[in-house]
Design a protein around this ligand. Sequence first.
Ligand SMILES: [Zn+2]
Length: 460
Amino acid sequence: MLDLVIRDGRIVTESNVFDGSIGIQNGKITQISATIGESANRVVDAGGKLVLPGLIDGHTHMEMPFMGTVSSDDFYQGTVAAACGGVTTIVDFAVQPRGETILNTYKTWRQKADPKVCVDYGLHMIIRDFNTTNLAQIRPLIGEGVTSFKLFMAYKKELYLDDGAIYSIMEEAVRHGGIIGLHCENADLIECFAAKLLSEGKVKAEYHAKSRPPLVEAESVQRGIRLAEMSGSPMYVVHMSTGLARDEIKEAADKGLPVYSETCPHYLTFTEEAYRQPNGNRYIMSPPLRSDEDRAKLWQGLASGFIKTVASDHVCFNSKQKNQSDFTKVPNGVIGTEVILPILYSAGVAKGIIPLTRLVQVTSYNPAKLFGLYPRKGSIAVGSDADIVLLDPHKKVRLSLDNLHSNIDYSIYEDVSVTGYPIMTISRGEIIHEDGKFIGRRGRGEFVKGKPFQTKRPDL
Ligand SMILES: [Zn+2]
């Protein structure tokens, strides 16, 4: 007797699309075949639906202390939103407070997340105090299952590290099978440009983009690539937003360097025109929204397969938090975890830009490989966790406040309608979301340890 059977769906993996059924027992996938005769406690008819691996959103910031405030989705509400968008694992960022060690930071984040998370989760560690104590803790932290370290070239007063610190952390992380995530924007140039704009009285949201032009990202990406090359460390460029950065990364990858990149649903959907709207402040995130041409280049990068992941950079703030006197004071960040799948399906797959297998690669298989979660996560395979999302390719949904689940009072996607929407999310064999309703339990999610790389690079 099986716990659950998903019958007669169109199953999509990172390399295949085929019709079949999936048998699930004790939270694991135990059978995949054309038909399953064995009886089950529950049978879900997936006729006419796509059956995909649950998404791994490799970039979220739940209840994140940032720019003098805290992001408004906590680990409960943020993972309810994730679940309703077909995400079954998030990899969130633990932020090292100044003066604290990274091992203690890890424990604090576990204590925050464990009682609240509704989907499984892993952690990246943001290091902002560079010293010998923290350097020595990289190895034990990898032993705890935190294999990825995020470092910032931007946010001078908040999170910034200099190149020497970045290089040293890369060198130590690669020695123990870790990977470096890098926020690539040149902090000095941003400070210089922003100060000039403010002195000219240019305070509106549109100047946020002007203070961080595309070359500011491309310069940092190029410097990051050099640091990765010198240290021998694999590097993952988070939230890549421009065609210029894309070209730098492609060139490095073509040379055989272990350099990978991620982009986000907002860069694939909006352009900097959004900043000119009355509520332009709500679209402030960093890097900023870009031109139509940049957006097209990101889609091309996904189509050709060298942009490896799409993750949300989910960090949301309500309208009061976003309403500030000038663009430098607006907390950076937007929602995203719930819209990754609908945006990629509707604007990507349905339009013939990316195939279904690529959708699975960039949302599940690749992040599982990069963050050491494969093969437990990242595919539909016998023995893997039964993390599955059912998508109705014909369901039309407007990504409005009413249909989304984050704890904020507006949706930047209010005017975006999609065709193709997740209608059921299964996490370790348990149905936790059905037709827009979260039906799982608070705190049911588990911490998933990342495994360090055995070689100096992820096999992707
Ligand atoms: Zn982020």
